[in-house]
Design a protein around this ligand. Structure first.
Ligand code: GLU
Length: 550
């Protein structure tokens, strides 16, 4: 049987030619050299940090050079797809601030190179499959699971490499009559790639790793599954060609299959895009570095950062530091510049694993919140609470100004406080400002009894002047200390401890505990100003009843 006859038999419904698609998806009209990049996530319901890490490289690469960045949903594996996963994916990428120019979107899709969901491109893949079959480069394989197991067992017994290749590829050269007979019987088949004979090497450029030399592929990999849907290997080649993608940024786990991708591009006479294989995300552990794992590391899931309330800017900023060496240094020199001004360079992506460190992300988060205008911080926190702490959301939303004032504490100075890290942490940090969440957490100083604490607070209430500025307020606290038997200065107390009950620090500690429930807090005077006189007086008065923690 001629190849063309076989192709017609296998794909009777395909009547377009690849050349037709060249017209449907013409080369893009972009400035010369402008990259076209794509993110091709699979909607498995698990979006991980690696997706965002690669996406950031795609986005920078495209947008810093007048190119284009598109979103293609790689949903060819029905078994792994979960309901709502595509929407969740689009939503997550938007949350982390990724701008797509084209592709799948919340309200359908945008662009002239679609559909952008692989499950809707079956005809295109089959047209390419038909073309390969016509050239004798693809053939149907009817092997059942059982037969594949047999082949594997025989390979193990013979000490041969596993796989469907060379002499082990049972259906590679089935007699034409048999193919016909099986097709007539309606036997399911997959379409396999007819790989060249084993041996040789391929060389492929990689923008991150430099030129790669890999053993050529000899495996007759599956191009189309028995339902006519392509495997990743085939689908991405066809899509990256017809979507006119110039750079493929993907994880290094795809390196071993690069040789077959190279073969397919060449067989179809298409120019291969520039591959950019990003390093694995690693984590430092007592025993050394290891790959981040879905099972062991909750921080691998992008949802983790949303749930905990990390600001998307912090996550992006952090990923950029591990993506491009030199970014941190640049940031030091340009503390206020948007990240987009950094000259992103593929060659500066390390190839030996990117070390992920939550502590480092936390440091960056502190800086991000320190620089964010307080009203924006307040809005961010409110949105976070609505999504993840709905029971507290009403409280936060009730008084926008109060939340903004809280977020502003210590952040207007040249050297702003860096104690906001992420939503959940910020919530516990500032919860005492809200009566509903206030609770005495820390014990009184050892030298102050509950009765004595109340005497001090009563005295303080009597002299409290909400209008006093910081200096005169503190002078008042010192006077209160002195009349209550406490040294006005810690050093006086140190010199003559027997003459005093304690020093002014104990007095302000008691006030701080009554107001915040904690022994450490931001500046006391500022807390009072933010809380307002009424709340301050109410809190102080309530301390008469406290069961102070021991
Ligand atoms: N769908 C593939 C994945 O989720 C995409 C790989 C690629 O970007 O080519 O791993």
């Amino acid at each position: 049987m001629e190849h063309a006859e076989l192709a017609a038999l296998l794909f009777p419904h395909i009547n377009k030619k690849l050349a037709d698609y060249e017209d449907i998806y013409p080369p893009r009209r972009l400035p010369a050299g402008a990259p076209v990049t794509r993110l091709g996530p699979s909607p498995t319901g698990f979006i991980h940090l690696g997706n965002l890490y690669g996406a950031l490289a795609d986005e920078r690469l495209a947008h810093q050079s007048g190119g284009l960045f598109l979103l293609r949903v790689e949903d060819t594996d029905e078994k792994r797809e979960t309901p709502g996963a595509v929407e969740a994916l689009i939503d997550a990428l938007a949350y982390f601030g990724l701008r797509f120019d084209e592709g799948a979107a919340a309200d359908g899709e945008r662009g002239n190179y679609g559909p952008y969901r692989q499950s809707r491109r079956a005809e295109l893949y089959q047209t390419a499959a038909r073309a390969l079959t016509e050239r004798g480069l693809a053939y149907p394989c009817f092997c059942s699971e059982e037969e594949l197991r047999e082949i594997r067992a025989a390979q193990t017994a013979a000490g041969a490499n596993p796989g469907y290749y060379g002499p082990w590829a049972r259906h590679r050269s089935l007699p034409p009559e048999e193919v016909k007979r099986r097709l007539e019987k309606g036997e399911p088949f997959v379409l396999r790639w007819r790989a060249p004979a084993a041996g040789g090497e391929i060389t492929a450029p990689d923008a991150i790793r430099g030129p790669l030399v890999l053993p050529a592929n000899d495996q007759d990999i599956v191009l189309l599954k028995s339902n006519g849907i392509p495997t990743y290997h085939f689908a991405h080649v066809v899509d990256d060609h017809f979507m006119r993608v110039t750079h493929v940024v993907r994880g290094e786990e795809w390196l071993p299959s690069l040789p077959v991708h190279t073969q397919i591009f060449a067989a179809l006479g298409w120019e291969q895009p520039v591959y950019c294989h990003t390093p694995l995300l690693l984590k430092m552990e007592a025993g050394g570095k290891r790959k981040l794992s879905k099972r062991k590391d909750p921080e691998l899931a992008l949802d983790f950062y949303r749930r905990e309330g990390y600001h998307p800017l912090a996550v992006r900023e952090y990923l950029m530091t591990i993506l491009n060496s030199g970014y941190e240094e640049w940031r030091l020199g340009h503390p206020d510049a948007p990240m987009e001004k950094f000259p992103f360079d593929l060659a500066k992506i390390g190839s030996s694993g990117a070390l992920f460190d939550l502590q480092k992300l936390n440091d960056i988060s502190k800086n991000v919140f320190a620089a964010l205008p307080p009203a924006e911080t307040a809005d961010f926190l409110r949105r976070w609470a609505e999504a993840w702490r709905p029971e507290t959301a009403a409280l936060w939303a009730a008084d926008r100004e109060y939340l903004t004032a809280i977020a502003a504490i210590g952040r207007r100075e040249a050297n702003p406080r860096k104690d906001f890290i992420y939503g959940a942490q910020i919530f516990s940090f500032i919860s005492f400002f809200f009566d509903e969440y206030f609770t005495p957490e820390d014990p009184l100083p050892a030298n102050v009894s509950a009765a004595e604490a109340w005497r001090l607070l009563e005295g303080y209430l009597a002299v409290y002047d909400h209008a006093a500025d910081r200096e005169s307020w503190f002078a008042g606290v010192k006077r209160l200390a002195a009349v209550s038997g406490y040294a006005e200065k810690p050093k006086d107390y140190k010199k003559q401890p027997e003459s005093y009950k304690g020093h002014v620090g104990d007095v302000s500690a008691v006030i701080r505990l009554a107001l915040s429930g904690r022994k450490n807090s931001p500046d006391l005077w500022e807390i009072q100003q933010v809380m307002g006189e009424e709340r301050v007086r109410r809190r102080l008065a309530a301390a008469a009843q406290y069961d102070w923690p021991l």
